[in-house]
Design a protein around this ligand. Sequence first.
Ligand SMILES: Cc1cc2nc3c(=O)[nH]c(=O)nc-3n(C[C@H](O)[C@H](O)[C@H](O)COP(=O)(O)OP(=O)(O)OC[C@H]3O[C@@H](n4cnc5c(N)ncnc54)[C@H](O)[C@@H]3O)c2cc1C
Length: 535
Amino acid sequence: MTWDAVVVGAGPNGLVCANKLIDAGWSVLLLEAQPDVGGAVRSDREVHPEFVHDTFSAFYPLAAVSPTITSFGLEAHGLRWRHAPSVLGHPLPDGDWAVLHRDRDVTAAGFDSRHPGDGDAWLRLCAEWDQIGPHLIGALLSPFPPVRHGLGALAALRKVGGLNYVKTLLTPAAEIGRQRFGGVAPRVLLAGNAAHADIPLDAPGSGLMAMLLCMMGQTVGFPVPEGGAGQLTQALARRLRAKGGQIRTGAEVTRIEVDRGRAVAVRTADGERFGVRRAVVADVHAPTLYTRLLDPADVPARTLSALRSFDLDPATIKVDWALDGLVPWTGAPEHAPGTVHIAASVEEMTVAMTQVRAGVVPADPFMLTGQMTTSDPTRSPAGTESFWAYTHVPQVVTSDAGDGSVRGAWDRDDCERLADRMQARLESAAPGFGSKVLARRVLGPRELEARDANLVGGALNGGTAQLHQQLVFRPVPGLGRAETPIRGLFLGSASAHPGGGVHGACGSNAARAALLHARVGRAIPDPVRRALGRD
Ligand SMILES: Cc1cc2nc3c(=O)[nH]c(=O)nc-3n(C[C@H](O)[C@H](O)[C@H](O)COP(=O)(O)OP(=O)(O)OC[C@H]3O[C@@H](n4cnc5c(N)ncnc54)[C@H](O)[C@@H]3O)c2cc1C
């Protein structure tokens, strides 16, 4: 059978793309290599049968602000969002906590109690974001260049200080914290949120990431799907099927066939061939698409050459625990947070991120953690906690700044030694943590990639989020949109603009591009395509 569109990969981007194409009346087949849909948005009961753990991602503020995902009405397909009592917490060395609450006044009061004046400074930052933030989010989640939202942002800039505010957005996260606040609490919250991406805390771009996540935490919170992360992607899959889309799991695509410069079919590992009338959309890691799924003879030499400098983001070690009780945090805050960051200071986070970039395994890894039963009581029996932590490690290890026990082979032994180091950090912030552990699972770079081929080397964002690989440089210079050099083939994964995170924008942009090209593509003369650098 021939399909209007075949989407390769059922991560959130592939699912969003398939839903948009089915809404446009196309026949859509979604092919997924793994036994289930979801990509890095899945959950399981492997750690302990009574506990649901999110295998990869866990908190979804970007889905909550995504115009595409919210437009799908997923609540009608079984999705229900839950929230922890507070969004995010960061235990401080003096036993107190920095806490981001959905109510900005509560956040500000906490900052003010530690350092008078920081509360007002926080509310000023929030008021500026109110003016410009929605335009920036709209621009980020639109195809590049974001004309409509870009103009909106330009208009809003005047209200928040014009070029001075542009400078704020370009200021590194660590510096924004120093310039605006006297106390440590807002500084660690800004820096910790910036560290969700791999942009150095002393580099431009980290400040924007810090503000984006902190402010979203106060507008939409960091919601989680009731029952597990996988409920988000299951709802997307249910919607697609209800509208007539077809999904095949256990179907690894091994070749995209190209005829006279146009994608015409895909083949799976078991030899099946699916013809395509209008578009193939690849929710696939960009280098894999161009070097493995396509015959290199079908790819322009300059694209293959540019891909040689494609920059991966760091590897990841994720640890899941089933806990027989709540995490025994020292000085646990009044409103329990869903997300908890572990680092002694902004300086320690900066050092850890610099070490990872330099190939060194940190002695004091910066950790993101999640209290999932606190966020959604359905995850495990009452009084217990489904808990996780992850940290980044280098893609290529040259040394270990810790006790030397981690060699960087990322075999079972290496992964368990790093998990021990992570657990020791938790033990010092939460004495007695180890005595609550019923079961533990450690997923290193190899295990992550085996469960989702897009997580190459345990990189979770489809390529670095640093400025040199964003916008028109993502995935390679000149290919900043979903279009590829092959007609009828579109890149819809996190390797495309705007990158990692569960916002569905990469998939949505690919669907828009496919629909547009189907309407007008043939009308664009070849010389114009060449001038655009896409042929
Ligand atoms: C440990 C971890 C924690 C994270 N935490 C968060 C978080 O809390 N919040 C957040 O917003 N983001 C988070 N992220 C990032 C987010 O999950 C990803 O950016 C997002 O899932 C990317 O979506 P995607 O559809 O592009 O790719 P993926 O989710 O990676 O899905 C790609 C899919 O394509 C399939 N596939 C690949 N190749 C083929 C092939 N040849 N044939 C068929 N199928 C194929 C894969 O099996 C997979 O199912 C996290 C990621 C990880 C790994």
